[in-house]
Design a protein around this ligand. Structure first.
Ligand code: SF4
Length: 519
């Protein structure tokens, strides 16, 4: 269950780290049904192109006619030209213009959102990949898989979050909970909670729902269509509502819906876009840029989003992402980023596990590499003290290993709010026919984590990049250095982040890596 997803992988133009971004929707199953497990795109085209994979046959076609179209227009045009059964991943004008914070759309309401991967497609002049398949997916042990899936479904249904809250309210259920503990950053992380958040609560957003939806074969069904002023759109996620709304202190929720839809159509990552606009607003308020921007101006945000995709006027600055933008004006303190990736909607000053998870994430400021919010706020599987460093290094490392394995299975992380490493390893056994247990699964995750770390070291990242923005450390009590030191020890890395030979041997990676990144 919940494994019908798809992952886009590249070196990120935004973070310069290795980057994978995971999207829901029917694209992943269609690629598998077309006979492929992965599509590798190397090189680039001189003219706009679309890769069409029709039941295993691959063609690259010229796509001048699609270039410049918005994402939904592109999907519609490709389906019209090739057949409505095709599933399409595409970029919008932002990706074409190689905006650092551009994304890839994978159908209605599904995006490879983070890391500027839209710009990677844009740099290759690749407007879209369209896939149609007719193969059935075979598994090693159908009977065992059926039995385990039924067990997993029962557990997902009984769990209050996966069985009730997510299906009813989706991720916006988090707004009130996170605001109540003072961990909902606003005004570019200048403040930690926002009194107006009620219009953003799960219940408030649910009033706009006209239809509940789901990725294929997902019993959680956390998605929904909403209708706003007779316009239908997918319900924005909690992170989007935060970035384009709460963080910029926009009161009118309908402006936030419009901004979210516009990002989708132009192919912009909503988190990075909202955070970079917040950064720009701070620069304006401080008089560092001459243009006047104010907090809470939803209409201005909508106009800035248009300009960002076109790299026009102030949009040229937002297109850089927050860190490059702030550095351009000698004001790095205004960039709420880790490794150049804009931080999402959980204030690490209130959540020490998340602080360490952000700082050590292999793809930069991301909540999904080790979602410590589950334990520190939601009590899944148990509630732990969110403001102590004790035990956080161990928990973050184990979580990172587990979720790296889950990501490599291309499963939805929401399912892991109920399904643990034990049942997931048994499901994997049933699918591939080799025996896996939880220990083996976690070792796979640890190998992935270390390989990604090695990639980043070779790309020039340093242990000093494992940190948080100064604003979140100065004057706060987050014991980041203490947690980091312990984390490096647990990881088997030395003080500058090189992997010790003993650890490489233990993970059977010694032959894979060069000696310049190990000791
Ligand atoms: S939980 Fe939501 S995002 Fe995850 S697979 Fe199911 S419907 Fe898709």
């Amino acid at each position: 269950p919940s494994s019908s997803r798809c992952t886009a992988i590249s070196k990120s133009p935004l973070t310069e780290t290795i980057f994978d971004s995971n999207a829901g929707g029917p694209l992943g199953p269609e690629i598998k049904a077309s006979g492929y497990d992965a599509i590798i795109v190397s090189g680039f085209s001189r003219k706009p192109a679309v890769i069409v994979i029709d039941c295993g046959e691959v063609k690259v076609i010229e796509a001048e006619g699609y270039w410049g179209l918005k994402t939904s227009e592109t999907i519609e045009a490709i389906k019209r030209d090739f057949g409505s059964e095709f599933k399409v991943a595409c970029i919008g004008p932002a990706g074409e213009n190689q905006v650092y914070i551009s994304c890839i759309r994978a159908g209605e309401g599904n995006f490879f959102g983070r890391g500027g991967l839209g710009a990677v497609m844009g740099s290759k002049k690749l407007k879209a990949i369209a896939v149609r398949g007719d193969l059935k997916v075979e598994v090693a042990n159908n009977e065992l898989l059926g039995e385990l899936s039924r067990k997993a479904l029962d557990r997902i249904k009984i769990n209050p979050i996966t069985g009730k809250v997510l299906p009813k309210l989706g991720t916006p259920f988090l707004t009130k909970i996170i605001n109540d503990i003072g961990a909902l950053p606003t005004k570019n992380f200048k403040e930690k909670s926002w009194i107006e958040e009620n219009s953003y609560s799960g219940e408030a957003i649910a009033r706009y729902i006209v239809q509940r939806t789901a990725c294929p074969m997902c019993p959680i069904a956390c998605k929904a269509q909403i209708e706003v002023n007779e316009n239908k759109m997918h319900r924005p996620e909690y992170e989007t509502l935060w970035a384009l709304g709460v963080n910029c202190q926009v009161n009118e929720i309908e402006h936030v819906f419009t901004a979210s839809k516009l990002c989708d159509e132009l192919g912009l990552d909503t988190i990075s876009t909202g955070s970079t606009i917040a950064c720009l607003t701070e620069l304006s308020q401080k008089g560092i840029i001459k243009d006047k921007l104010r907090w809470g101006d939803g209409k201005a945000i909508i106009s800035l989003i248009e300009k960002t995709a076109q790299r026009k006027d102030l949009g040229e600055l937002i297109a850089l992402g927050a860190e490059r933008l702030a550095e351009k004006f000698g004001a790095k303190e205004a960039a709420m980023t880790v490794k150049k990736l804009e931080l999402p909607a959980y204030d690490p000053r209130e959540l020490y596990g998340m602080a360490l998870a952000y700082a050590t994430s292999n793809r930069g400021g991301c909540h999904l590499r080790s979602y410590m919010v589950a334990m520190e706020v939601l009590g899944v599987p148990i509630l732990i003290d969110r403001k102590t460093p004790v035990g956080k290094a161990e928990l973050v490392a184990v979580n990172q290993n587990f979720l790296a394995a889950v990501d490599s299975l291309i499963m939805c992380k929401f399912a892991t709010l109920e399904l643990d490493d034990e049942i997931i390893s048994h499901i994997l056994t049933a699918v591939v026919g080799k025996t896996f247990d939880r220990g083996k699964l976690l070792t796979i995750g640890e190998r992935i984590w270390n390989l990604e770390h090695l990639f980043n070291l070779k790309a020039g990242l340093k242990s000093t990049d494992d940190t948080l923005p100064a604003r979140l450390l100065e004057g706060s009590e987050v014991p980041l250095s203490e947690m980091l030191e312990h984390y490096y020890e647990i990881r088997g890395w030395d003080k500058i982040g090189f992997i010790r030979e003993r650890k490489l041997r233990e993970l059977d990676l010694l032959d894979v890596v060069g000696h310049e990144t190990s000791r």
